[in-house]
Ligand binder design. Structure first.
Ligand code: SF4
Length: 443
């Protein structure tokens, strides 16, 4: 930036997130810091002076997607300062450093402080790596409110994990379990609600282990329920052994803001595989829990994660996973293909399933997941459900029911219902959503 016209304009920054909801919420926190520091935020892909790529390392495929994204950014913006932050920076700093044009690599501990290392934005001759040990203490986020409005906003409440499942790199990438300071979290909630946010999606690595200011996950959910103006609380995902039963009482109570939504990772339907994964339950316990929860909470959505191709997984083990999903009230399964993560126990095994077979099984399970979703959607036809309407598209008001059915309502003036709750009669299953008609606007 040398000409006077360029000197007058604000520096432009663009951000990109790979991976989970937690990363998405952290990118928004980073965005706020950039706005506060005087940057103009431009969409990723446009010309920028600074690019920050918030990475993921959950699978080998995630690593490769990160490398591709970083290269593409540098190719389009050879003069820009390129900072790579997050999980892949934490675990694969050397690989990131080998990409020509990268200026800065920051792991998870200092991710939100990345601006401190960018200085005047002049490119570095060699990439600087900042990869500090991850703190064990609870944390704050200092929400500033400088982020795009979203009626369903992610709320980071927790980070890290102490469980150390044998396939998982996350406890190394994100450190030990720790919780967000309650007062800091509540400041964000109040500010979001005053901006009109109606639903908060609690995000973290192992949310059920939340523990701060004398509140566990149940106490936290109750504290959020007491916030005036907050209509909906959704827990993005929760580990099976960490769910207090009383959460289901809250979900079943229509006056409580906690939604009937349970994403309960399974990983495998084979007891042998679960044990080798070092999961803390067996298949029967998982299924019993889901059955009981579905009986206790009307219309409960149950989603799950399943890993395919763990070392030693036989066709029979895989069939156990398929059967468990089909035999239980599961509405959706997110399928992960196992990939070796260096440093994990499972990576050291010598009975890896051939990659082709892993992909074959993943494709079969994904097809099954689609059938589950279809079954779930069809079970709602003819019913009236409460929907929170999101940003409209031409002639269409999209939204989600409390129990996570994606709904679209064709209407002449969809803007009129944006960010409002309505009652919708569900009529037709179409691809991955259900079409319906508006019965009434609720508020
Ligand atoms: S519970 Fe297991 S799979 Fe989940 S983040 Fe912790 S170690 Fe990884």
């Amino acid at each position: 930036m040398s000409t006077s016209a360029q000197d007058q304009r604000r520096p432009r920054a663009s951000l990109h997130t790979l991976g989970c909801r937690l990363n998405q919420s952290e990118t928004l926190a980073l965005r706020e810091k950039l706005v506060e520091a005087g940057y103009e935020i431009v969409p990723f892909g446009q010309e920028a002076d600074l690019g920050i790529i918030n990475t993921c390392t959950v699978t080998a495929q995630a690593d490769s997607k990160c490398r591709q994204t970083i290269r593409n950014f540098i190719k389009r913006n050879p003069e820009a300062f390129t900072a790579v932050v997050g999980c892949y920076s934490q675990m694969g700093a050397k690989e990131v450093a080998s990409i020509e044009g990268v200026d800065l690599i920051v792991g998870n501990q200092d991710k939100l402080g990345v601006l401190d290392y960018i200085g005047d934005g002049e490119k570095n001759d060699l990439p600087v790596i900042v990869r500090e040990k991850i703190d064990r203490r609870d944390f704050t986020m200092n929400f500033a409110g400088e982020r795009p409005f979203n009626q369903r906003a992610n709320l980071k409440v927790q980070d890290g994990c102490d469980f150390v499942c044998s396939f998982c790199i996350i406890p190394f990438a994100r450190g030990r379990a720790r919780s967000r300071d309650l007062a800091d979290l509540m400041r964000e909630v109040d500010s979001q609600v005053s901006r009109g946010v109606r639903e908060l999606v609690l995000t973290g690595v192992n949310i059920g282990t939340y523990d701060n200011s004398g509140l566990d996950i149940l106490g936290l959910v109750d504290a959020l329920d007491r916030v005036d103006g907050l209509d909906r609380i959704r827990i993005s995902s929760i580990e099976p052994t960490t769910v207090p039963w009383a959460l289901f009482e809250r979900m079943a109570d229509p006056a409580h803001a906690l939604l009937p939504y349970l994403h309960l990772p399974l990983q495998s339907g084979s007891d042998k595989v679960l044990e080798q994964m070092r999961r803390r339950y067996d298949a029967t316990a998982w299924a019993d829990f889901v059955q009981r929860a579905a009986e206790a909470v009307p219309d409960l959505f149950v989603g799950t994660d399943v890993m395919v191709g763990f070392p030693g997984e036989t066709e029979e083990d895989f069939q156990d996973s398929c059967r468990l999903l089909l035999d239980n009230p599961v509405a959706w399964a997110h399928v992960f293909t196992y990939s070796e993560r260096e440093g994990t126990l499972a990576a050291r095994r010598d009975d890896h399933v051939p990659m082709r077979e892993r992909h074959r099984r993943s494709a079969r399970l994904r097809a099954l997941a689609e059938r589950l979703r279809q079954r779930w959607h069809e079970a709602h036809l003819g019913r009236e459900m409460r929907v929170l309407f999101e940003d409209p598209r031409e002639g269409i008001a999209p939204g989600l029911t409390d129990n996570y059915v994606r709904v679209v309502v064709p209407m002449p003036d969809p803007v009129s219902v944006r960010n409002r709750l309505g009652r919708v009669r569900l009529q037709r299953v179409s691809a991955d959503f259900v079409e319906g008609e508006l019965v009434e606007v609720l508020g």
